[in-house]
Design a protein around this ligand. Sequence first.
Ligand code: AMP
Length: 186
Amino acid sequence: MRLVILGGPGAGKGTQGKLLCDTLAIPWIATGEIFRRAIAADTPLGNQAKPYVEQGELVPDSIAIEFIRDRLSQPDAAQGWLLDGYPRTAFQAEELDFLLQDMGQRLDWAIWLDAPVEVLMQRSLERSRDDDAPQIVRRRIDLFHQRTIPITGYYKPQDKLLRVDSDRPPEVVQEDLLARLKAPQT
Ligand code: AMP
């Protein structure tokens, strides 16, 4: 199965994404996590991403798209994957479709973990990552509204959007998600 999981910072993308990947036996590809590791390891990708990630800004589309193109052509991604944190912009969503067309593949579902902004704020502040400082979280939530929520309008007409209420305990969200993936009602 080929899935993307969308949601603001603190929506539970990582938790839900990893659980789904275990159940479906597909790789979890989390761009934010990969960028953070690359920054810590001081790699060329890390150096490119660093100024943006540290400020809560989006890494330029060109860098993100190039990275995904390379990652999805790795052998472990041949049979399916879950992208966590990608696409982040409508442009990235379109580019993903072009890439998949080239590869003779298609996306199955775009999962949207929906939670009120206060919940996103509170959950993010409870974590202790460098990019979870209050001012940076606020910026990330703003960008989520400006750049990422519009992506739902891209997937909805394609009947690929699976909206899930993520303001519930993680195990309830996961159960709901698995049930919906088996018998989707968008
Ligand atoms: P996340 O862990 O998904 O919240 O991502 C952490 C940070 O990585 C974001 O605030 C962005 O700076 C960067 N990032 C992750 N994914 C993308 C993407 N698809 N496009 C641009 N920037 C991204």
